[in-house]
Design a protein. Structure first.
Length: 157
């Protein structure tokens, strides 16, 4: 009789045949779920003021953004207000908020936040006028966008 040698069997190689399918599924998932920036700024990009205590907004889909800053056209002076892709006047802020509310479900309206992204050189009067318009239509959840920085108390000493 002959002796049979019992060799150790190694682990079989992992099949990579389905790897391209998995990669393409992940690619399509991220393409579908990613949202692109929807607003082209018609004003100069606001240089946001610095704040030491900042908090991120939780439900960004429920945020309506109002931009305040100088126009890109240097011939136009004063602060400009931009919502979505158009320049508006202060008196048009309520109609913007009403149109944003109309796009949401009724139960989401109470969670809506209005974010004001104002340039640090913007007039306080313009921002106060916007706040008054928001108060008149009972849009009381307001957020001011800032950039995170150092402690502000050092600037006052």
């Amino acid at each position: 009789m002959s002796k049979f040698k019992k060799g150790k069997k190694g682990m079989p190689a992992i099949s990579t045949a389905s790897l391209p399918d998995i990669v393409f599924m992940l690619l399509f998932f991220f393409m579908v779920s990613t949202t692109m920036r929807e607003t082209d700024l018609l004003i100069k990009k606001p240089a946001l003021p610095v704040a030491s205590e900042v908090k991120k907004l939780e439900h960004k889909s429920l945020v309506s953004t109002i931009y305040v800053g100088k126009s890109k056209d240097t011939r136009i002076s004063g602060d400009k207000i931009q919502v979505n892709d158009k320049i508006i006047e202060v008196k048009d802020v309520p109609s913007f908020i009403y149109s944003e509310r109309a796009l949401r479900k009724e139960e989401e309206v109470k969670f809506m936040t209005t974010s004001i992204k104002a340039d640090k050189e913007a007039s306080v009067g313009t921002i106060l006028d916007i706040k008054e318009q928001l108060r008149d239509i009972n849009a009381l959840k307001i957020s001011f966008s800032t950039s995170k920085g150092t402690d502000l108390s050092k600037n006052y000493n």
